[in-house]
Write a protein that binds this ligand. Structure first.
Ligand code: C2E
Ligand code: MG
Ligand code: MG
Ligand code: MG
Length: 289
């Protein structure tokens, strides 16, 4: 029976692999036409100033509305876009779309908001990356100070002369830089002294485990105080409960993003949220303090 079940397991595993490969190939093919077919859209997740209890901006997050599968989250398709290089075009589309939208909001007299855009390492490594950003800002007439780019700790750590130069150019233009998912890489904080970065986004894995046993509380408070000593803003991602918010506040964290305040929402809903406060459904703005 041992043999039988081994063979069986092998077959199931094998079939599963084939299915998954097929799925990947199918997704890749569909992704090639998704941009042209206007299947991508952007959702916005509010960024909240903890002390003022006020929305100060948002993070733009990509979604794919596949005609075959419905709305798909980026975790499932960004790696494929990166492998095929399609991320360069899609990333630039996201950047342009966000800047265009933010400019409309600024013109409407909504409060001045910084909207954050995620940048893939594949995009950032392109020689013309800074020029593309410059071009999009010029085209959309958005002031650079209303744009924040989120790069991963990985990019930051490469620390090659080229990458540093790009970051300095962006910073000199007035674009803000945030380090995303901070704490999951292996960079030392002192390193950011040399780095033209304006904020650290603490990875949500630390925030979500705050109330469990372990070192997550210590890690969070260390990141916040060291970040502040280096003159950086800190943002906590993935805040879902009042307890987590309470702890984050106690530690003096500047900004918060998470389901407790709002899930990522469409541009229309985000606009309503800004205009009418808690008068819309998906937002649960705690009205304390
Ligand atoms: P990220 O940049 O770290 O974005 C935060 C992710 O956490 C988002 O997932 C957001 O929906 C989720 N999140 C926010 N608050 C909570 C919470 O309270 N609880 C939980 N469980 N999750 C929360 P999403 O939208 O699925 O995006 C996943 C990742 O995909 C992003 O992580 C980012 O790395 C990447 N991504 C998204 N949009 C883009 C894009 O336009 N370009 C690139 N290159 N990457 C993107
Ligand atoms: Mg991000
Ligand atoms: Mg993040
Ligand atoms: Mg992430």
């Amino acid at each position: 029976t041992a043999k039988y079940s081994e063979g069986n397991t092998y077959k199931i595993y094998h079939r599963d692999m084939r299915e998954r490969l097929k799925e990947r190939v199918n997704l890749s093919i569909m992704l090639h036409i998704a941009l042209e077919n206007k299947e991508y859209f952007i959702v916005y997740q509010p960024l909240v100033d903890v002390r003022k209890n006020q929305i100060i901006g948002a993070e733009a997050l990509l979604r794919w509305n596949s005609p075959h599968k419905g709305v798909i989250s980026p975790g499932a398709f960004i790696p494929l876009l990166e492998e095929s290089g399609l991320i360069v075009g899609v990333g630039e589309w996201v950047l342009r779309e966000v800047c265009r939208q933010n400019k409309l909001w600024q013109d409407e007299g909504l409060m001045p908001m910084v909207i954050s855009v995620n940048v893939s390492p594949i995009q950032f490594e392109r020689e013309d990356f800074v020029d593309r950003v410059k071009e999009v800002l010029k085209e959309t007439k958005l002031k650079a100070k209303y744009l924040q780019l989120e790069i991963t700790e990985g990019i930051a750590m490469q620390n090659t002369a080229d990458q540093l130069k790009k970051l300095h150019e962006l910073r000199n233009m007035g674009v803000k830089i945030a380090i995303d998912d901070f704490g999951t890489g292996y960079s030392s904080l002192s390193y950011f002294k040399e780095f033209p970065v304006s904020s650290l986004k603490i990875d949500q894995s630390f925030v979500q485990d705050i109330l469990k046993e372990g070192n997550d509380k210590a890690i969070i408070s260390a990141i916040i105080s060291m970040g502040h000593n280096l003159g950086l803003l800190t943002t906590a991602e993935g805040v879902e409960t009042e307890e987590q918010l309470e702890f984050i506040k106690e530690q003096g964290c500047d900004n918060v993003q998470g389901y407790l305040f709002s899930k990522p929402i469409t541009s229309e809903d985000f606009e309503k949220l800004i205009k009418y406060g808690k008068a819309i459904k998906p937002a649960i703005l705690p009205m304390k303090s």
